[in-house]
Write a protein that binds this ligand. Structure first.
Ligand SMILES: Nc1nc2c(ncn2[C@@H]2O[C@H](COP(=O)(O)OP(=O)(O)O)[C@@H](O)[C@H]2O)c(=O)[nH]1
Ligand SMILES: [Mg+2]
Length: 188
């Protein structure tokens, strides 16, 4: 797949609305979003994999095969930034996801080891009302054994009710790449 970084977007006026579908990726800081983008595109260094969470302040836009875009949304729920900064990030994200002129779908990443909290629940409630296709993904599957995965899946499905079934993903064990890519293909 040909993948090109287009730009970092701080102001939605700069977001292209050229009819190409946009697949956005959302999740907490450190959930493995950049890693997933690199795996999906087969480009190891496309999105920066950061050891310091909470650094992406803008929407990062990538063009795939000149056909559709990937949009790396700012990580949410990271405590070590000011409230003002957090509000600015979520405003940008929400304003983006409310753009009626852009065909959108959303991949939502959750760390499978982390029990969903109030922030995740609020985000999920918002998504259910969003009205466009979304896919929950449980990341870092390699960190859990078979039993642990079953328990985690039960926990997430009990909370993510009435939504699509979560997909497992692991960068190190190469789990889930095809599932996510085929979901993207059916939604672009
Ligand atoms: N074990 C494991 N670690 C992962 C996986 N995906 C990402 N990581 C690690 O999690 C950390 C955060 O990853 P990153 O992609 O930067 O997260 P982002 O903040 O959501 O973009 C990095 O240290 C990655 O190496 C995975 O599938 N398995
Ligand atoms: Mg990142």
């Amino acid at each position: 797949m040909e993948a090109v970084f287009v730009k970092g977007i701080y102001d939605l006026k700069e977001m292209p609305s050229d009819g190409r579908p946009q697949i956005a990726f959302a999740g907490r800081s450190n959930v493995g979003k950049s890693t997933m983008l690199n795996i999906l595109t087969g480009r190891k260094k496309l999105a920066k994999v950061s050891g310091t969470p909470g650094k992406t302040r803008c929407l990062n836009l990538f063009l795939l095969d000149e056909k559709y875009y990937f949009v790396d949304l700012p990580g949410y729920g990271f405590a070590k930034v000011s409230k003002t900064q957090r509000d600015a990030w979520s405003k940008l994200t929400e304003a983006y996801l409310a753009r009626p002129d852009i065909p959108q779908a959303l991949v939502c990443l959750f760390d499978c080891r982390r029990k969903p909290d109030a922030v995740d629940l609020a985000w999920w409630a918002w998504l259910r009302r969003w009205g466009r296709p979304y896919l929950p993904v449980l990341t870092k599957a390699d960190k859990l054994s078979g039993n642990g995965r079953q328990k985690s899946l039960r926990e997430f499905t009990s909370i993510l009710t009435n939504g699509p079934k979560p997909v497992w993903f692991s960068a190190t064990k190469k789990i889930g790449k095809n599932e996510v890519l085929s979901w993207i293909r059916t939604n672009t």
